[in-house]
Ligand binder design. Structure first.
Ligand code: DGY
Length: 321
């Protein structure tokens, strides 16, 4: 029997390619620019499965994909995939939870530390040759140890952040989440509070919610106005959870102390973007899970989900519609 044909929209580690070769034939898009619409359409016409980590297939692309059974993404977030539209076409969607939790939590702590201790800002200051004097008082940072951390979205990654905050930095932890997280309450003394209480109380606010209709612009001018003037806002989820125009205004007016952002409404961040001109912001290029080991584990898990879907088995990480 011939192997099923698969389209993959980004380069995979060799080990994952070797695994896939056993189960399917495939075309892999390895250019740095996104897959053009006509290429995606032509590929999906032929494919029984696809690994789409970067592309956003539209209903028009799927309408001409009669054999497509499964779309797997090598990410935990799947806001680039219209799950209900795909389900209506009988297509299973899978993602890659669990394997990236610790790695993302590490990066979030890097952002918390950079935001509070001005690491990125002072790095730029040193490189610019400004360190020919004592560091001026106005460039001093703030402590992280013993402060209050507010986590918006206490899922698996939120809990890993809480672990680091409690055991590494003796922070008090507040969280805002749809459901209670009894484990986090027991292990890290975390307290579930409403959004306003969290924003008004936390010294550091970390956003970890998935992007949905309900969380789009969850943090806007009204919410930023509730934060302490000394607070730092960290976003490791998706850019559109924050109303960026409102955040830029708040940072310019020093209504909050700073921000540390790994994700943006438009990625890559376009040149000339106002964030690039603000000193009180640490910027990283959506690298929450980007260590070699973790990205390989995510690609492998996505490949296993894809193969299971192609073989008519139950993939381990089906996204519920
Ligand atoms: C994820 O897996 O969702 C990370 O944000 C990488 O995109």
């Amino acid at each position: 029997m011939s192997k099923p044909y698969v389209f993959i929209d980004e380069a995979l580690p060799l080990s994952v390619e070797k695994y896939l070769t056993k189960y399917c034939t495939y075309t892999m898009w390895s250019k740095s620019q996104p897959v053009p619409t006509h290429t995606l359409q032509n590929e999906l016409k032929k494919a029984a499965g696809a690994m789409l980590t970067q592309s956003r297939p539209r209903a028009a692309d799927i309408a001409h994909a009669p054999h497509l059974k499964v779309i797997s993404t090598a990410t935990v977030g799947y806001d680039h995939l219209d799950v209900s539209m795909l389900a209506a076409h009988g297509i299973t969607v899978t993602n890659t939870p669990y394997v990236l939790d610790e790695t993302v939590a590490d990066l979030i702590f890097g952002l918390i530390l950079s935001g509070c201790r001005r690491i990125a800002e002072l790095h730029t200051w040193v490189r610019a040759g400004s360190w020919n004097q004592a560091v001026p008082l106005e460039l001093y940072g703030q402590d992280v140890y013993n402060k209050t951390l507010g986590i918006i979205g206490m899922g698996r990654i939120g809990e890993k952040i809480a672990h680091r905050a409690k055991h590494g930095f003796n922070m008090s932890i507040l969280y805002h989440n749809r459901s209670r997280r009894p484990e986090a309450e027991k292990l890290y003394d975390a307290k579930k509070v409403d959004l306003t209480t969290l924003l008004e109380t936390a010294d550091v606010v970390v956003i970890m919610v998935p992007l949905t209709k309900e969380t789009t612009h969850l943090i806007g001018a009204k919410e930023l106005a509730k934060m302490k003037p000394t607070a730092v806002l960290v976003n490791g989820a998706r850019g559109a959870v924050i109303d960026e125009d409102a955040l830029i205004a708040a940072l310019k007016q020093q209504q909050i102390w700073g921000a540390a952002l790994d994700v943006f409404e438009q990625e890559p961040l376009p040149s000339g973007h106002p964030f690039l001109t603000l000193e009180n912001v640490t910027l990283t290029p959506h690298i929450g899970s980007a260590t070699a080991a973790t990205r390989e584990a995510m690609a492998q898990r996505a490949a296993e989900n894809l193969v299971a879907g192609l073989n008519g088995q139950q993939p381990q990480d089906i996204v519920e519609n």
